[in-house]
Design a protein around this ligand. Structure first.
Ligand code: ATP
Length: 237
């Protein structure tokens, strides 16, 4: 559904991404892993047009979208939920959701509250009064109100307590199962979150894709985990 071929991105003269190719099928969740500074955020931002990039080809449902503006990509349903979450503190939860609503979106305010009952309880609270977990739920729900085809999630569980992480993982699993024709790319430092949610994983290192495999393959490959993610499984077997 989304295909990226030979994508490069630069910040000034320094190259942040080199020769990135990836595929995302309809309904699929893929994980994007890598150490700090590997280029994960840059890749997500370059897919929504927020970072200048050069691509061999970039297609959505076979249509060339490589020259599309940020607005047009967003209207086509490529939606980024950034790591800073972007909740508007002066608006209520409900207002934050309402301003994101897109005509034609199959995901309603009601759906947002079913997905995250905490948001319903907090519907009249200001964005500024929310906990980190509630802000993240709001950021995901707001992304869904845009009616995305591709949801790009940047560090959705960063800094959150395990019980809240589980709520978010459950909600994302539910979204996928409900089949909103939704595909997700998730960046997360928590490898277990990526392995649980996604069927396939890409690992970035110094702006390049250095590994691509199923979650089962990566889960079993302790060498790769150690080499590119610094995960130490210890030597005792
Ligand atoms: P993290 O997990 O720390 O967010 P990341 O894998 O998302 O890391 P990026 O934030 O995409 O990595 O950064 C990739 C590289 O680009 C790094 O070397 C970073 O210093 C550089 N970089 C990121 N944003 C900018 C910017 N606005 N201007 C210049 N260089 C940048």
């Amino acid at each position: 559904m989304l295909t990226v071929r030979h994508l490069d991105a630069h910040y000034g003269k320094s190259r942040a991404l080199s020769d990135i190719s990836l595929d995302l099928a309809e309904g699929e969740i893929v994980g994007l892993l890598g150490r700090n500074g590997a280029g994960k955020t840059t890749l997500l931002r370059s897919l929504v047009g927020l970072v200048q990039r050069q691509v061999g080809s970039l297609t959505l449902d076979g249509v060339d979208i490589s020259g599309w503006s940020v607005d047009r990509l967003s209207r086509a349903g490529i939606v980024l939920v950034p790591d800073y979450r972007g909740v508007i503190g002066a608006l209520t939860v409900e207002q934050n959701l309402q301003i994101a609503e897109r005509r034609g979106s199959s995901f309603s305010l009601h759906d947002a509250y079913v997905l995250f009952p905490r948001l319903k309880q907090r519907r009249a609270s200001s964005g500024a009064a929310l906990s980190g977990g509630e802000q993240q739920m709001l950021a995901i729900a707001r992304g869904m109100m845009c009616g995305p085809r591709v949801l790009l999630l940047d560090e959705p569980t960063e800094g959150l307590a395990p019980v809240i992480i589980q709520e978010i993982v459950d909600a994302l699993t539910k979204l996928q199962m409900e089949g909103h024709r939704l595909s997700i790319v998730i960046v997360d430092q928590n490898i277990d979150v990526c392995l649980n949610l996604a069927g396939r994983q890409y690992i970035l290192e110094l702006g390049r894709i250095v590994y691509e495999g199923t979650s089962a393959e990566l889960a079993a490959d302790h060498d790769i985990q150690q080499r590119f993610l610094g995960v130490d499984h210890g030597s005792g077997h």
